[in-house]
Design a protein around this ligand. Structure first.
Ligand code: AVJ
Length: 310
């Protein structure tokens, strides 16, 4: 995703510093995913408390025959945020003669490895790009029906207005008549949500604190990791889980040549994870020009797969 080899990309470092200068303080969520952060996220997906990954996978396995029946033969599968092919493989197994796979991600190395693994099976045309920016499909896939895929409830990381903007851009990229399958985590009891983002083993806390460790490693920062604690909060008003790092004491921290002042109890807001209702997500998608063409949920109503069409 970013340069994993030592020094933070200057633009990302500037973004981090700007966030720490704001009130309330923030850090960009894309900072999470260095090599250490990716390994920690992987561990999160296997935690007993973190239901989204396993629930989405089980739902996908259970519903893929029904989903695949809705997708025209010779379609191109376009996946947003595809650092691995595990979820796409479930779809590719059932799609009728898929014409090509277009994984989109900022992680060039991961996409190159993915292409090497998959190219014997079908043509793979990776797009190394930030999917929040407007993009154009590779010309090799022109003329085929298009089936977009955005799993993982990554959409939950986006503020509603950014999500609408993103969904509009996807509509422009995929074109009229396209299908788009989106994995969306659902609103539920905070007693289930909070532990999913504050697990007993402390893996999510380590994932969150890795932001500061990373700034220490890669941006010349001097955070004392023992004086910040992980905090997961349910914001009922906004319908989102928020992750924060709370300063246990008043302190001044040097970051890339600047001094950042913290009051005791002051937090850095590091991530939002919106939990949509089914109706709320369909309304959001409608504002971006999509209509609902299918909806699947697990029996407990934890997670949803939305099939959208233009
Ligand atoms: C990868 C964005 C879907 O919001 O659940 C997991 C990231 N953060 N635990 C999520 C995450 C803390 C995850 N997403």
């Amino acid at each position: 995703m970013l340069d994993m080899s030592g020094t933070l990309d200057a633009a990302v470092a500037a973004e981090a510093l700007a966030g720490l200068g704001r009130s309330p303080k923030t850090l960009p969520a894309k900072l999470f995913y260095d090599a250490k952060g990716c390994a920690l996220f992987d561990a999160i997906t296997r935690l007993p408390e973190y239901y989204p990954t396993r629930t989405e996978l089980a739902l996908l396995h259970a519903t893929v025959p029904a989903i695949a029946r809705r997708v025209p033969p010779r379609s191109v599968l376009v996946e947003y945020g595809a650092s691995s092919e595990d979820k796409a493989e479930i779809l590719l197994e059932w799609l009728q003669a898929p014409a090509a796979y277009v994984p989109i991600d900022v992680a060039a190395a991961a996409l190159a490895a993915l292409r090497r693994r998959m190219q014997a099976r079908l043509p793979v045309h990776p797009l190394v790009a930030d999917f929040l920016r407007p993009l154009v499909l590779p010309r090799e896939v022109a003329g085929h029906p298009v089936f977009g895929f955005f799993p993982g409830s990554t959409i939950g990381n986006l503020e509603p207005d950014v999500a609408i903007c993103f969904l509009q851009q996807v509509r422009d990229t995929l074109g009229a008549g396209a299908l788009f399958l989106v994995g969306v985590d659902l609103r539920k009891d905070p007693a289930v949500l909070i532990p999913a983002y504050d697990d007993a083993a402390g893996v999510t806390a380590a994932f969150n604190l890795n932001l500061l460790a990373r700034l220490n490693r890669e941006a010349g920062a001097a955070f004392d990791l023992s004086s910040f604690v992980h905090d997961a909060r349910w914001n009922e008003q906004e319908g989102r889980i928020e992750m924060h790092l709370v300063s246990l004491r008043a302190q001044t921290v040097r970051v890339a040549g600047h001094s950042v002042r913290f009051e005791a109890g002051e937090s850095i807001h590091t991530e939002n994870s919106y939990k949509h209702t089914v109706g709320g997500f369909i309304a959001l998608a409608a504002r971006a020009g999509w209509r609902s063409a299918g909806l699947w949920r697990d029996a407990a109503g934890l997670f949803s797969l939305h099939l959208l069409t233009t």
